[in-house]
Design a protein around this ligand. Structure first.
Ligand code: F6P
Length: 328
C-alpha cells in the first residue's frame, strides 16, 4: 500500500455548522500522524484556481464555535467538465498532494466520485456536511442538528405572536428534497401539521384538521412546510387554505438562509470532530472513494457510490403518526 504524505481538505456546496470543527480535526489528526496539510479555498473552485495554503496546528485555533467554513465554499460548475478536473488534478500533483478530504453534500460527493474514478492515484474520503440530512450511510449529517435547533428557536418565537393574535402561520423550512428538518422541528414545536416532500398531504385533510383544532379551542396553529413539498410552495398552500378557513388570520414566514448559519451545537462539534478524525485515519489506512458516517453511534465507512444512490431517509411513519397525535 502506497503511503500518503500530504493531504488537502476542502468544503463544498452549502455551508453547514460543524464544518469548522471537522476542518480542525482533519488538520490536527493529519499533523499528529506526520502528514502535511493544505487547505483549499472555496471547494473545487480553489482546486482549479490553485487557491490553496499550507495549514498548521494554529491555522485552526478557536474555530470550534464558528458557523460557516473558514475555507469558504462554492458550487463549482467548472469542476463538472473534463478540463476543470484535469486542471485540478495537475494542481494537486504539482503540490505533491496525494489525498483529499471533501466535506459537503451529494453534489460534492458526485464530483469527488467522478474525479476519483478518473484519477485513482488521489485518495478521497468524503465527510457528510449538509443541513439537509439526506445522505445514505450516516444517520446524521453535519449541520442538521444545529439547523434544526435554529428552526425551533425561530418557531417558538412565532408561536408567541401566533398565540397572542389567534393566528395561523405557515412556516417554510429548508431541506431541498428532504423533510428531515421539518419533521424534527415539527415534533419539537408541537406543529399542528407538517408537510413533507416524502408524503402526499391532501389539502382537504389539512383544512379539516385546522378546523378541528379551532373547534377544540386552539388559539393558534403552526403548519410547517418543507421547501421540497410538492404543492407548489408555502404561499400557494396558504392561499388554498385561506379560502376555507375564516376564523384565523393567516401569515406566512420563510425562514431561509438563517437556518444555515450560527455556532454549531455540541452535537455538531462532536460529530465534526469524530468524522474529521475518522476521515484522516481512513486515508492513512489506504481507503478511498468512501464516506465516513455515524450509525448507531459508531463510525462506519460507506462507498461514495452507495451514499449517493441509496436512500436512508425513509420517512419515519411512527414519528409522523406520533406528531399528529401529540398535536391534537
Ligand atoms: O443543501 C443545503 C441547502 O440549504 C438546501 O436546504 C437548500 O435547498 C439549498 O441549500 C439552498 O442553496 P443556496 O444557498 O445555494 O441557495
Amino acid at each position: 500500500m502506497q503511503k500518503i504524505s500530504k493531504l488537502a481538505v476542502l468544503t463544498s456546496g452549502g455551508d453547514a455548522p460543524g464544518m469548522n470543527p471537522c476542518i480542525r480535526a482533519v488538520v490536527r489528526t493529519a499533523i499528529y500522524n506526520g502528514l502535511n496539510v493544505v487547505g483549499v479555498k472555496q471547494g473545487y473552485k480553489g482546486l482549479i484556481e490553485n487557491d490553496m495554503y499550507d495549514m498548521n496546528k494554529r491555522s485552526v485555533s478557536n474555530i470550534l464555535n464558528l458557523g460557516g467554513t473558514i475555507l469558504k465554499t462554492a458550487r463549482c460548475l467548472e469542476f463538472r467538465t473534463d478540463e476543470g478536473m484535469e486542471t485540478a488534478y495537475q494542481n494537486l500533483k504539482a503540490q505533491g498532494i496525494d489525498a483529499l478530504v471533501v466535506i459537503g453534500g451529494d453534489g460534492t460527493f458526485t464530483g469527488a466520485l467522478r474525479f476519483s474514478k478518473k484519477y485513482p492515484d488521489i485518495q478521497i474520503i468524503g465527510v457528510p456536511g449538509t443541513i439537509d440530512n439526506d445522505l445514505y450511510g450516516s444517520t446524521y449529517t453535519l449541520g442538521f442538528d444545529t439547523a434544526t435547533n435554529t428552526v425551533i428557536e425561530a418557531i417558538d418565537k412565532i408561536r408567541d405572536t401566533a398565540d397572542a393574535h389567534d393566528r395561523l402561520f405557515f412556516i417554510e423550512v429548508m431541506g431541498r428534497d428532504s423533510g428531515a428538518i421539518a419533521l424534527r422541528a415539527g415534533i419539537s414545536c408541537g406543529a399542528e401539521a407538517i408537510l413533507l416532500p416524502e408524503v402526499e398531504t391532501a389539502i382537504a385533510d389539512l383544512i379539516a384538521s385546522i378546523k378541528t383544532g379551532h373547534l377544540n379551542k386552539k388559539s393558534s396553529s403552526i403548519v410547517i412546510v418543507a421547501e421540497g413539498d410538492k404543492h407548489g410552495g408555502v404561499y400557494d398552500i396558504a392561499k388554498m387554505v385561506e379560502k376555507e378557513v375564516e376564523h384565523y388570520d393567516i401569515k406566512v414566514t420563510i425562514l431561509g438562509h438563517l437556518q444555515r448559519g450560527g455556532s454549531p451545537s455540541s452535537f455538531d462539534r462532536i460529530l465534526g470532530s469524530r468524522l474529521g478524525f475518522a476521515a484522516v485515519n481512513a486515508l492513512i489506512a489506504g481507503e478511498t472513494q468512501h464516506m465516513v458516517g455515524l450509525r448507531a453511534n459508531e463510525i462506519v465507512l460507506t462507498s461514495l457510490e452507495e451514499a449517493l444512490t441509496s436512500h436512508e431517509f425513509k420517512l419515519e411513519d411512527d414519528l409522523m403518526q406520533m406528531a399528529h397525535i401529540l398535536s391534537i
